[in-house]
Design a protein. Structure first.
Length: 301
């Protein structure tokens, strides 16, 4: 997909003059807006990773996308960059319409309020995603809050009442707020991201995710759903076919041909807590091939 196509897609936004910016490096070829390119520069990204290179065109085009990629592959930026572009485009539409309440009530694409929700399986991952998002949005008028378990409910009530653009949350706590706050809903949400979706199901969040999805516009009304997962178990496939995503999402698979080395061995060492460091040192020096005395013996034999 060309930068021009991305600009005219549902998730696109106005681009900086000249069509690109050196601050974003290779990302500029995607036709990203100036604030997003500035955020990419702040994060120190220069070249898209394979998962970003393969998924960004489809996601920027407004498609529902299933991405199979491991942690550490650059998947966080692969969904946060398009989320930023879509929210900036929404703000532009609001400004062009004068930001009137009538325009906000006219439909999904022109509304205010929560525009994107990112669901993470753990509080730690959610907090990490929020930090990346805030750095990416440093030069953009985008507000984001974290709604996670184990944190103050009262503080979260206040955060939600501020009508943020993005909610990064764990499913249990967000579903709880949806059931407890009468005037809180996600009917203006344009993008739903399920990060590490296989773990979301492993940890038993299926019911909460269905509740959250039911509080949002359906895919037929324009909500984009992005699913990132290391694996694609049957329960996840069934979830995508239950109305959570469009009927024909794009699928991006990485490492399809990757195989596990025949030389890989897995072992367990039992020791007391205070002996962990010494045990690790012994393994590195004397047991593991290619390291320490074990490596020297192998090389001399």
């Amino acid at each position: 997909m060309s930068p021009h196509d991305a600009e005219n897609a549902p998730g696109g936004s106005k681009k900086s003059k000249g069509g690109s910016s050196p601050s974003g490096g290779a990302f500029a070829a995607l036709g990203l807006s100036h604030p997003v390119l500035q955020g990419i520069r702040r994060l120190g990204y220069r070249t898209p990773t394979p998962v970003q290179r393969r998924s960004l065109p489809a996601v920027l085009g407004g498609n529902d996308v299933v991405v199979m990629a491991r942690t550490g592959s650059g998947k966080t930026a692969a969904f946060l960059i398009p989320v930023m572009e879509r929210l900036l485009a929404r703000k532009e539409r609001m400004e062009e319409s004068g930001g009137s309440m009538e325009a906000a009530a006219a439909g999904l694409s022109g509304g205010a309020g929560v525009g994107a929700v990112v669901l993470s399986p753990t509080r730690e991952l959610s907090q990490q995603t929020l930090r990346v998002l805030r750095k990416l949005a440093s030069d953009a008028p985008i507000t984001a809050v974290g709604i996670n378990g184990g944190e103050s409910m009262e503080k979260q009530f206040s955060l939600l009442s501020s009508r943020p653009d993005v909610i990064v949350a764990t499913p249990g706590r967000l579903a709880h707020h949806l059931s407890e706050i009468p005037d809180f809903d996600l009917q203006r949400c344009e993008v739903l991201v399920l990060d590490e979706a296989d773990r979301l199901f492993e940890l038993g969040f299926a019911a909460q995710m269905r509740e959250i999805c039911s509080s949002m516009p359906s895919p037929e009304r324009g909500r984009q759903t992005l699913l990132f997962s290391a694996t694609l178990p049957k329960v996840l496939v069934e979830f995508t076919r239950s109305g959570a995503m469009g009927t024909e999402p794009d699928v991006v698979r990485l490492d399809e041909e990757a195989t596990v080395s025949d030389e890989l061995r897995i072992g367990f060492v039992t020791c007391r807590s205070e002996e962990k460091d010494a045990a690790l040192l012994h393994l590195l020096r004397d047991v593991l091939p290619g390291s320490g005395a074990a490596g020297e013996q192998r090389q001399s034999s």
